[in-house]
Design a protein around this ligand. Sequence first.
Ligand SMILES: [Zn+2]
Length: 87
Amino acid sequence: MAFTWEPRWEKVKIESYGIVIHTCRDRITKMIACPICVNAAKTCLEQSSRTDYKPSYMFFFTPEDLIHHIRNYHAMRYLKKPLNEKL
Ligand SMILES: [Zn+2]
């Protein structure tokens, strides 16, 4: 048996460790979505986005967990790329 739900998005401003992140949060569960994985600019922030991709749902209970995810997953992946792929 699988459980799924369609998130009901709201905008949220996260502040932790001196970092400010604008992203989406599910109104019902109050779980915070990763702004990169969910493509927050298009999903809930009503901004234009340079990139268009299918959002994947990566949720966190606390701002600290979200920051650890961004640092360990997105930032480290970027830093490990060869220089010519970053351009
Ligand atoms: Zn992410």
